[in-house]
Every structure is written in structure tokens, then in C-alpha cells.
Design a protein around this ligand. Sequence first.
Ligand code: FAD
Length: 338
Amino acid sequence: MTVMHETDAVIVGAGPVGLFTVFQCGMVKVRCHVVDALEAVGGQLSALYPEKPIYDIPGHPSILAADLVERLSEQAAPFHPIFHLDTQVSTLSRRDDGRWLCGLSNGDSITARAVIICAGGGAFGPNRPPLDGLAQYEGTSVFYLVRRREDFRGKNVVIAGGGDSAVDWAISLSEVAARVMVVHRRPKFRAAPESEARLKQLAESGAIELVVPYQLHGLEGAGGRLSAVVAATLEGETRRLDADVLLPFYGLSSDLGPIAQWNLGMDRNLIAVDPATGATDAPGIYAAGDICTYPGKLKLILSGFAEAARVAHSAHDAVHPGEALHFEHSTTSGVPKG
Ligand code: FAD
């Protein structure tokens, strides 16, 4: 059953800028729904560099990307945003009453007076291996991230890839899985040297099986349940690996995707905005963060935060037309208790 939601503003993207936009909107009494294609909030910080320290966030001489995401979520929480994760905003159309209708990839829709696009470089998604029948196993036997290590206890797990995620998860899951096999096309891995050394140590002790130099070739199973993964060398020699689960870790890529079809004024794949308001050339549609451009734009988190404040004030005017915004500092108005 599809659901039709209504709110004041839809925020497209739950990266750092989308999360801070929730807070800024809350401060001017604009309620938000937030949609992100990823399964977790945080945008690039969660998807690409959660454990890297960031040094240019005002007031934080150093903060891990994952910690910044946690703090931003905490700061947004008192305003009770509704999150739609693992979901893309696919379509954007104007209704006869002037409100905007966001069509979501899961069939639901959200109607709002304002849409704030904080979509970074576009929607993130996993790089999928080109295997026949892959879709039928996704979410049941094929996963692109590990939510809970315990889900893999006692399972035969095939991990594909040669980067940090593949190596780190192979090491971690070897403690709970019945068997961990790592399929990689080269004997050399692209992970931190100490992680690669640990992987090889575990392989020597038999706790992990390295299937190299092989790449994924096929899947066997029925009804969404995997029974084996077939790996092949470049010369065509194949191996059948008994498997309950396949974890392909081939990284993420972002794609501007549907946003390019929304008829917004663009400048080299970025949304052109008026720097004074964050407004695009469509009434009620604003953009902030990496996705927007204007003369002098800096693609930095801190610039995105300032843009978040600007678009929230603009959204206030779209959501509450004719109502004067009495600007107050947070120290004066405070924030609601979570
Ligand atoms: P993003 O973080 O890209 O988030 C956008 C979100 O929108 C994504 O989660 C995406 O899935 C979602 N999305 C897009 N389209 C849709 C759609 N149609 N439907 C649903 N969801 C959608 N910046 C700094 O200021 N300091 C640093 O030290 C720093 N270090 C960095 C290190 C690395 C390795 C990288 C890659 C970047 C770094 N940056 C740094 C840049 C910083 O991460 C970006 O400026 C910041 O992430 C931009 O935030 P954002 O919210 O605009 O976009």
C-alpha cells in the first residue's frame, strides 16, 4: 500500500547539510520530511569516510565524520523529522494548488510547499556486480552493507572486493561466520597494510579462505535464497563456493539521477541558486550544500551549514506566506526538549 504524506518541507538528502537544514527549519517552524537513497543518514561522511577526522568544523578542532553525523542527528531530533531512508526522490511535479509533489522510489509520495535539495553529488548507491539474477537475492542473501554482525553467525559468507570494507569485514565476520571466503581478482589488496597483514594471517590459519585471482561469475539458488557463488579466473576456470550470503564491496558511486530531469536551472551538473536566498529558478524549490552553485561557492561542510540557515528562512516564507519571520538567536528562543 502506498502512502501519501503531507508536510511543510521535503529535504532531499540526509547528508550533513540536509541534517542541519532540519534543525534550521525547525527553528523557523517548518516541519520536515527527509528522504535519502542511502540506508543511513550522513551522506558522504557516513558512506565514504566515517572514521576520518575533520579539522575545519567551527568549534571542533578535530571530529570524526561519524561523530559529526551523530551530533547533527541529535541536534535535529527535537524537531521530529520523518526520515525515509533507502528511498530516492524520483519525481518532482507542481500541483495545481502550487504545492510540490515528490514521488518516491517506494511508490509513496510527499506533498509540501517547499522542497530543499541537499543532494550532494547525487544519490549514492552501491556498485553492483554484473551478475544474472542478482536482484532476486538482494536484501535476502546479497547485502551491500553489514548492519549487524550477528546476522551472519554460522553462515557461509562470500565477500567480494579488495578494499578496506572487504578486508575489514572478512576479518570481523571470521569470528562469527561458519566460513568466510574472499573473492578478489588480484592477490594484492587495497586495504590498510595492517588490515591486509591480519587478513593474510587469518588465511594462513584457515580462518578465512582467499579465492584469488578470481572474480564473481554467477549465483546459484532459488526463491531469493543463495546456495552457491560461482567465481572464475580471467582464463575461464571456475570454482563453486557454497554460500548463504554474498557481500559485494565494490564501493559506492553517486549519480545525479532523477534531479537532472526536474527542469531546474543547472550549471555544470549543479543546481544554480540565488546566493541571497538559496532559491532555484522554480518557486518553492531551494538547494544547499554540494549540489548548489553560485559565484564564490565553496564545497565545504561549513558553507553548506550557512546555506542551510538561508534556505530555511526562504522556506519559511514559502510555507507561511505573508507571515513575518521574527528572527531570533537560538540563545533567545531555545530549542524544544527532545
Ligand atoms: P552529501 O554528503 O553528498 O549528501 C547528499 C545525500 O543526498 C546523499 O546521502 C545522497 O544519497 C542523497 N541524495 C541525492 N540525491 C537523492 C535523491 N534523488 N533522493 C534521495 N536521496 C538523494 N568537507 C569539509 O568541509 N571538510 C573536510 O575535511 C572534508 N573532507 C572530505 C573527505 C573526503 C574523503 C570526501 C569525499 C569529502 C570531504 N569533504 C570535506 C566534503 C564534504 O563531505 C561535502 O562537502 C559534504 O558531504 C556535502 O554535504 P551535503 O549534505 O551537501 O551532501
